[in-house]
Design a protein around this ligand. Structure first.
Ligand SMILES: Nc1nc2c(ncn2[C@@H]2O[C@H](COP(=O)(O)OP(=O)(O)O)[C@@H](O)[C@H]2O)c(=O)[nH]1
Ligand SMILES: [Mg+2]
Length: 253
Protein backbone atom coordinates (compact mmCIF):
# COMPACT_ATOMS: atom_id res chain seq x y z
CA UNK A 1 0.00 0.00 0.00
CA UNK A 2 1.26 3.46 -0.83
CA UNK A 3 1.66 5.80 2.09
CA UNK A 4 -1.25 8.20 1.15
CA UNK A 5 -3.64 5.22 1.17
CA UNK A 6 -2.36 4.16 4.59
CA UNK A 7 -2.97 7.68 5.90
CA UNK A 8 -6.54 7.79 4.50
CA UNK A 9 -7.39 4.30 5.86
CA UNK A 10 -5.94 5.19 9.28
CA UNK A 11 -7.92 8.43 9.31
CA UNK A 12 -11.17 6.62 8.46
CA UNK A 13 -10.57 4.00 11.16
CA UNK A 14 -9.81 6.78 13.63
CA UNK A 15 -13.02 8.67 12.78
CA UNK A 16 -15.09 5.48 13.08
CA UNK A 17 -13.59 4.79 16.50
CA UNK A 18 -14.46 8.32 17.71
CA UNK A 19 -17.97 7.97 16.31
CA UNK A 20 -18.44 4.62 18.11
CA UNK A 21 -17.36 6.12 21.42
CA UNK A 22 -19.87 8.98 21.07
CA UNK A 23 -22.76 6.78 20.00
CA UNK A 24 -21.96 4.33 22.82
CA UNK A 25 -21.84 7.11 25.40
CA UNK A 26 -25.13 8.68 24.45
CA UNK A 27 -26.77 5.26 24.35
CA UNK A 28 -25.49 4.39 27.83
CA UNK A 29 -26.42 7.86 29.01
CA UNK A 30 -30.03 7.53 28.00
CA UNK A 31 -30.43 4.04 29.41
CA UNK A 32 -28.97 5.02 32.78
CA UNK A 33 -31.33 7.98 32.83
CA UNK A 34 -34.25 5.62 32.40
CA UNK A 35 -32.99 3.50 35.27
CA UNK A 36 -32.76 6.50 37.58
CA UNK A 37 -36.56 6.95 37.53
CA UNK A 38 -37.42 4.88 40.60
CA UNK A 39 -40.82 3.34 41.03
CA UNK A 40 -42.76 5.54 43.42
CA UNK A 41 -45.19 5.65 46.29
CA UNK A 42 -47.51 8.63 46.48
CA UNK A 43 -49.08 10.09 49.63
CA UNK A 44 -51.99 12.49 49.37
CA UNK A 45 -55.44 13.13 50.79
CA UNK A 46 -57.72 16.01 51.66
CA UNK A 47 -56.11 18.91 53.53
CA UNK A 48 -55.52 18.38 57.24
CA UNK A 49 -55.97 14.59 57.16
CA UNK A 50 -52.32 13.88 57.95
CA UNK A 51 -50.38 13.49 54.67
CA UNK A 52 -47.44 15.58 55.83
CA UNK A 53 -47.39 13.87 59.22
CA UNK A 54 -47.28 10.47 57.55
CA UNK A 55 -44.52 11.53 55.17
CA UNK A 56 -42.42 12.82 58.09
CA UNK A 57 -43.06 9.74 60.17
CA UNK A 58 -42.12 7.36 57.37
CA UNK A 59 -38.96 9.24 56.44
CA UNK A 60 -37.70 10.36 59.86
CA UNK A 61 -39.38 7.94 62.24
CA UNK A 62 -40.71 10.83 64.29
CA UNK A 63 -44.20 12.19 64.80
CA UNK A 64 -43.93 15.85 63.79
CA UNK A 65 -45.01 18.44 66.32
CA UNK A 66 -47.88 20.49 64.88
CA UNK A 67 -46.68 21.64 61.48
CA UNK A 68 -48.06 24.79 59.93
CA UNK A 69 -50.46 23.90 57.13
CA UNK A 70 -48.30 23.67 54.06
CA UNK A 71 -49.14 23.85 50.39
CA UNK A 72 -45.72 22.55 49.48
CA UNK A 73 -45.20 18.86 48.86
CA UNK A 74 -42.38 16.65 50.04
CA UNK A 75 -40.16 14.21 48.26
CA UNK A 76 -37.71 11.49 49.34
CA UNK A 77 -35.80 9.87 46.53
CA UNK A 78 -34.16 7.22 48.66
CA UNK A 79 -37.13 5.64 50.38
CA UNK A 80 -36.26 2.06 51.28
CA UNK A 81 -38.76 -0.79 51.44
CA UNK A 82 -39.40 -3.32 52.87
CA UNK A 83 -38.55 -1.66 56.17
CA UNK A 84 -36.21 -3.52 58.49
CA UNK A 85 -34.70 -5.60 55.72
CA UNK A 86 -30.96 -5.65 54.96
CA UNK A 87 -31.27 -5.30 51.21
CA UNK A 88 -34.36 -3.19 50.58
CA UNK A 89 -35.47 -1.69 47.28
CA UNK A 90 -35.32 2.05 46.67
CA UNK A 91 -38.40 4.09 45.81
CA UNK A 92 -39.40 7.72 45.41
CA UNK A 93 -41.82 8.72 48.15
CA UNK A 94 -43.77 11.79 47.10
CA UNK A 95 -46.34 13.69 49.15
CA UNK A 96 -48.82 15.99 47.45
CA UNK A 97 -50.81 18.38 49.65
CA UNK A 98 -54.55 18.09 49.07
CA UNK A 99 -55.36 21.79 49.21
CA UNK A 100 -57.61 22.66 46.27
CA UNK A 101 -55.21 25.30 44.95
CA UNK A 102 -52.36 22.86 44.46
CA UNK A 103 -54.25 19.70 43.56
CA UNK A 104 -53.33 20.07 39.92
CA UNK A 105 -49.77 19.09 40.91
CA UNK A 106 -50.92 15.70 42.13
CA UNK A 107 -53.16 15.26 39.11
CA UNK A 108 -50.41 16.07 36.62
CA UNK A 109 -48.02 13.68 38.39
CA UNK A 110 -50.65 10.93 38.15
CA UNK A 111 -51.15 11.67 34.46
CA UNK A 112 -47.47 11.53 33.64
CA UNK A 113 -46.21 8.84 35.98
CA UNK A 114 -49.09 6.49 36.69
CA UNK A 115 -47.14 3.60 35.15
CA UNK A 116 -44.38 4.15 37.66
CA UNK A 117 -46.54 4.29 40.78
CA UNK A 118 -46.28 1.19 42.94
CA UNK A 119 -48.94 2.38 45.35
CA UNK A 120 -50.87 5.43 46.51
CA UNK A 121 -51.63 6.11 50.17
CA UNK A 122 -54.76 8.20 50.48
CA UNK A 123 -54.88 9.65 54.00
CA UNK A 124 -58.34 10.44 55.36
CA UNK A 125 -59.28 11.95 58.74
CA UNK A 126 -61.67 9.29 60.02
CA UNK A 127 -62.92 11.75 62.63
CA UNK A 128 -63.82 14.50 60.17
CA UNK A 129 -67.54 13.71 60.06
CA UNK A 130 -69.93 13.48 57.10
CA UNK A 131 -68.69 16.72 55.55
CA UNK A 132 -65.04 15.66 55.76
CA UNK A 133 -65.79 12.26 54.30
CA UNK A 134 -67.73 13.83 51.42
CA UNK A 135 -64.71 16.00 50.59
CA UNK A 136 -62.43 12.98 50.85
CA UNK A 137 -64.65 11.03 48.44
CA UNK A 138 -64.62 13.85 45.93
CA UNK A 139 -60.82 14.11 45.73
CA UNK A 140 -60.48 10.33 45.61
CA UNK A 141 -62.89 10.19 42.67
CA UNK A 142 -60.69 12.70 40.81
CA UNK A 143 -57.65 10.54 41.53
CA UNK A 144 -59.40 7.38 40.35
CA UNK A 145 -60.36 8.96 37.04
CA UNK A 146 -56.60 9.27 36.38
CA UNK A 147 -55.31 6.02 37.89
CA UNK A 148 -58.00 3.84 36.33
CA UNK A 149 -57.03 4.97 32.82
CA UNK A 150 -54.08 2.65 33.11
CA UNK A 151 -54.42 -1.11 32.62
CA UNK A 152 -54.55 -2.64 36.08
CA UNK A 153 -55.14 0.74 37.70
CA UNK A 154 -53.04 1.81 40.69
CA UNK A 155 -53.29 0.09 44.06
CA UNK A 156 -54.56 2.41 46.77
CA UNK A 157 -54.44 2.25 50.54
CA UNK A 158 -57.07 4.44 52.16
CA UNK A 159 -55.42 5.19 55.49
CA UNK A 160 -58.24 5.94 57.94
CA UNK A 161 -56.13 8.18 60.16
CA UNK A 162 -56.73 9.65 63.64
CA UNK A 163 -58.17 6.49 65.16
CA UNK A 164 -57.03 7.97 68.49
CA UNK A 165 -59.79 10.59 68.28
CA UNK A 166 -62.99 9.60 70.11
CA UNK A 167 -65.38 10.06 67.17
CA UNK A 168 -63.21 8.38 64.52
CA UNK A 169 -65.18 5.82 62.52
CA UNK A 170 -63.88 2.35 61.62
CA UNK A 171 -62.23 1.71 58.27
CA UNK A 172 -65.20 -0.50 57.37
CA UNK A 173 -67.68 2.31 57.93
CA UNK A 174 -65.40 4.76 56.17
CA UNK A 175 -65.36 2.49 53.12
CA UNK A 176 -69.17 2.24 53.04
CA UNK A 177 -69.57 6.00 53.47
CA UNK A 178 -67.07 6.78 50.70
CA UNK A 179 -68.65 4.25 48.34
CA UNK A 180 -72.06 5.84 48.88
CA UNK A 181 -70.67 9.34 48.34
CA UNK A 182 -68.70 8.38 45.20
CA UNK A 183 -71.81 6.69 43.86
CA UNK A 184 -73.78 9.89 44.41
CA UNK A 185 -71.07 12.08 42.84
CA UNK A 186 -70.65 9.79 39.88
CA UNK A 187 -74.36 9.80 39.14
CA UNK A 188 -74.66 13.57 39.36
CA UNK A 189 -71.53 14.06 37.22
CA UNK A 190 -72.75 11.67 34.53
CA UNK A 191 -76.08 13.54 34.48
CA UNK A 192 -74.09 16.73 33.95
CA UNK A 193 -72.21 15.06 31.09
CA UNK A 194 -75.47 13.95 29.47
CA UNK A 195 -76.91 17.43 29.76
CA UNK A 196 -73.92 18.91 27.95
CA UNK A 197 -73.66 16.09 25.42
CA UNK A 198 -74.37 18.26 22.39
CA UNK A 199 -71.54 20.59 23.40
CA UNK A 200 -68.62 19.63 21.16
CA UNK A 201 -66.09 21.59 23.15
CA UNK A 202 -66.74 19.40 26.21
CA UNK A 203 -63.60 17.54 27.25
CA UNK A 204 -64.85 14.01 27.78
CA UNK A 205 -61.46 12.53 28.51
CA UNK A 206 -61.40 10.75 31.84
CA UNK A 207 -65.13 10.53 32.11
CA UNK A 208 -65.28 7.17 30.36
CA UNK A 209 -65.24 4.91 33.41
CA UNK A 210 -67.77 7.10 35.21
CA UNK A 211 -70.22 5.38 32.85
CA UNK A 212 -73.88 5.48 33.76
CA UNK A 213 -74.36 1.73 33.30
CA UNK A 214 -72.05 0.36 36.00
CA UNK A 215 -74.76 0.37 38.66
CA UNK A 216 -74.03 1.11 42.30
CA UNK A 217 -70.41 2.08 42.84
CA UNK A 218 -68.17 -0.36 44.73
CA UNK A 219 -64.40 -0.15 45.08
CA UNK A 220 -64.26 -3.83 44.03
CA UNK A 221 -65.25 -2.81 40.49
CA UNK A 222 -62.00 -0.94 39.98
CA UNK A 223 -58.92 -2.39 38.32
CA UNK A 224 -56.63 -1.13 41.05
CA UNK A 225 -56.93 -2.84 44.42
CA UNK A 226 -58.33 -0.42 47.02
CA UNK A 227 -57.73 -1.39 50.65
CA UNK A 228 -58.99 0.43 53.76
CA UNK A 229 -57.08 0.24 57.06
CA UNK A 230 -57.22 2.36 60.19
CA UNK A 231 -54.39 3.78 62.22
CA UNK A 232 -53.05 6.86 63.95
CA UNK A 233 -49.84 8.68 63.26
CA UNK A 234 -50.15 10.53 66.54
CA UNK A 235 -50.28 7.26 68.49
CA UNK A 236 -47.59 5.75 66.23
CA UNK A 237 -50.05 3.05 65.30
CA UNK A 238 -49.47 2.59 61.57
CA UNK A 239 -48.60 -1.11 61.54
CA UNK A 240 -51.28 -2.04 58.96
CA UNK A 241 -50.06 0.69 56.61
CA UNK A 242 -46.46 -0.46 56.93
CA UNK A 243 -47.46 -3.99 56.01
CA UNK A 244 -49.31 -2.72 52.95
CA UNK A 245 -46.27 -0.67 51.86
CA UNK A 246 -43.91 -3.62 52.35
CA UNK A 247 -46.18 -5.93 50.39
CA UNK A 248 -46.59 -3.47 47.55
CA UNK A 249 -42.81 -2.95 47.42
CA UNK A 250 -42.13 -6.65 47.04
CA UNK A 251 -45.13 -7.59 44.83
CA UNK A 252 -45.04 -6.10 41.34
CA UNK A 253 -41.28 -6.85 40.98
N1 LIG B 1 -55.35 13.29 66.73
C1 LIG B 1 -54.58 13.10 65.65
N2 LIG B 1 -54.13 14.17 64.97
C2 LIG B 1 -53.33 13.94 63.91
C3 LIG B 1 -52.97 12.64 63.50
N3 LIG B 1 -52.19 12.74 62.40
C4 LIG B 1 -52.07 14.06 62.14
N4 LIG B 1 -52.75 14.78 63.04
C5 LIG B 1 -52.88 16.25 63.12
O1 LIG B 1 -53.67 16.72 62.04
C6 LIG B 1 -53.24 17.99 61.59
C7 LIG B 1 -52.95 17.96 60.11
O2 LIG B 1 -51.83 17.13 59.87
P1 LIG B 1 -50.94 17.31 58.56
O3 LIG B 1 -49.99 16.16 58.52
O4 LIG B 1 -50.37 18.68 58.50
O5 LIG B 1 -52.09 17.14 57.47
P2 LIG B 1 -52.02 17.40 55.88
O6 LIG B 1 -52.70 18.70 55.65
O7 LIG B 1 -52.79 16.25 55.31
O8 LIG B 1 -50.59 17.40 55.45
C8 LIG B 1 -52.00 18.34 62.44
O9 LIG B 1 -52.41 19.17 63.48
C9 LIG B 1 -51.54 16.98 62.96
O10 LIG B 1 -50.88 17.09 64.18
C10 LIG B 1 -53.45 11.53 64.25
O11 LIG B 1 -53.21 10.35 63.99
N5 LIG B 1 -54.27 11.83 65.31
MG1 LIG C 1 -49.57 18.95 54.51
Amino acid sequence: MSSPTVIVVTAIIGLLAILLVFVGRSYLGSSSQLKSANPSFVITGPANAGSTSLFSYLTSGRVPIDTATSQVGNEERDFKLPMEVDTPYVFDLIEFPGQLKVRYEAMSYLKQHRKNIRGLVYVVDAASGAKGIALAAEYLLDILTETEKQAGGVDILVAANKSDVFNAISSKRLKEAMEAEIDRLRKSRSKGLLASHHDDTQDDEGANWIGEDIGEFKFDQLEGLVVFADGSIKSENIEKWRIWLDERAVNGL
